[in-house]
Design a protein around this ligand. Structure first.
Ligand code: CTP
Length: 402
């Protein structure tokens, strides 16, 4: 970590791309926002911008070759450890491929492999290279490992195309970097390191026929907030996500599902590897017994009754086999909240229930805040009305302490 000053240290890794000159602006903006910027360049990057430019901007030595610094024979390790965040800007297809595959054949790739700090990559390349399955798969691998990707924009590319591949705007890159820095320096940043957190989120859709389903009003916001918070607290996160219009968070493994049965199967698959399980999904309790394989026509096949059967109780089933895992459920209630939550805790056999008062305007489906109680066999703890992100952290801290 940065020890020369109190300013957070951003190691800006510049690769060989025409957008390398924009790294000068990025360095300036980082400095304006109170960061110390150090620059590491690949040999190819020096063909686009000279190290002297960065040296003048940063008043720091610019690192290029593995053996360039005679005073520091293991320069990649000191650079890797000194950085509070590593920003690869611009990131070529080549450096993304090296990072995805653990190739360490120069100062930059060895530093990226060695760093314990969060990494932000900002790809910039020709559209064909951007769209190539190899690049997209490499990016997916990096995202899964928690690398933050600032997607390129669309516009005029050096090759003459007008398409996706242009380096994102420097301001956007700096915002994303500061955001990662803020998350990684929060007091909870390492609390869940080593934990594997499995979360269910969103509604389920139970098909009546290929176009109709039984669903509910869950937005998935709470489960997604939990997944983001757990990731930011250092956990490896698997999110089993029902149908929602919201994007799954970056840096978590997302398993999209539609039905309660699919959610059940995905949870059972991931359960053994998990250490904490949080069931935040609003799972449909009933599903049509015989979904039609074609769209039912109201004139010929009136929908005046649908035979329903119960769905598997995911929380109940995993609680019965939880071993050393901590298992937490949610209860969305409109009346006699604590009484229902206590009964649910006992019936499901989980370690805690987050009881949510969905009768209030500031709580429940679709809202950005929640009024909740943390209910365990020791009693009920009232939490203040919190933004979902804050409630997520409060729940995870308590889950960790169980
Ligand atoms: N849950 C689950 N599988 C189900 C139903 C619910 O895992 N088939 C989980 C939810 O994710 C939540 C908790 O159980 O964590 C409570 O959900 P809720 O629908 O309130 O529970 P029910 O058992 O359906 O209780 P109720 O009698 O209130 O309908």
């Amino acid at each position: 970590m940065s020890d020369r000053t109190d300013e957070p240290c951003v190691l800006v890794c510049v690769t060989g791309c025409i957008a390398a000159y924009k790294a000068c602006e990025i360095v300036r903006l980082l400095q304006k926002r109170g960061c110390r910027a150090k620059v590491l360049m690949t040999e190819h990057a020096t063909k686009f911008v000279g190290p002297t430019t960065f040296r003048s901007l940063t008043h720091e030595k610019v690192a290029v070759g593995l053996f360039d610094d005679p005073e520091d024979p293991i320069h990649h390790i000191s650079l890797a450890q000194e950085a509070d965040v590593v920003l690869v800007a611009p990131a070529t297809a080549n450096i993304l491929a090296k990072m995805a595959h653990g190739i360490a054949d120069d100062l930059m790739s060895t530093t990226l492999l060695a760093t314990p700090s969060p990494i932000v990559v900002t790809p910039a390349m020709n559209v064909g290279m951007w769209e190539a399955p190899a690049t997209q798969e490499n990016l997916e691998t990096l995202r899964r490992r928690g690398v933050n990707v600032v997607e390129p924009g669309e516009g005029y590319l050096a090759c003459g195309d007008v398409a996706k591949g242009r380096l994102a705007e420097p301001e956007q890159i700096v915002e994303a970097t500061l955001d990662v820095l803020a998350r990684s320096s929060s007091p909870d940043a390492k609390l869940l390191a080593g934990e594997r957190v499995l979360i269910t989120a969103g509604p389920t859709h139970e098909p009546i026929d290929p176009v109709r389903y039984i669903g509910n009003r869950s937005s998935g916001k709470m489960g997604i907030a939990l997944a983001e918070a757990a990731r930011d607290m250092g956990a490896q996160v698997t999110l089993v996500l029902g149908p929602t219009s919201l994007e799954p968070p970056r840096g978590v493994t997302c398993i999209p599902v539609e039905t309660a049965q699919q959610m059940h199967d995905a949870v059972i698959d991931a359960f053994d590897a998990s250490t904490i399980v949080i069931c935040a999904a609003a799972v449909a309790d009933y599903t049509p017994a015989h979904p039609a394989d074609h769209k039912l026509k109201k004139s010929a096949e009136p929908l005046d009754s649908v035979e329903l059967v119960q769905t598997p109780d995911i929380l109940g089933e995993i609680s019965a086999h939880k071993g050393g895992r901590r298992v937490i459920g949610f209860a969305a209630e409109t009346d006699r909240l604590l009484e229902h939550a206590q009964a649910k805790l006992e019936r499901k056999g989980c370690d805690a229930i987050v009881a949510n008062d969905v009768s209030r305007a500031d709580s429940g489906f679709g809202s950005d805040t929640d009024k909740a109680w943390w209910v365990t066999s020791d009693g009920a703890e009232e939490l203040p009305t919190l933004a979902k992100a804050d409630l997520a952290r409060a729940v995870l801290r308590r889950a960790y302490d169980l």
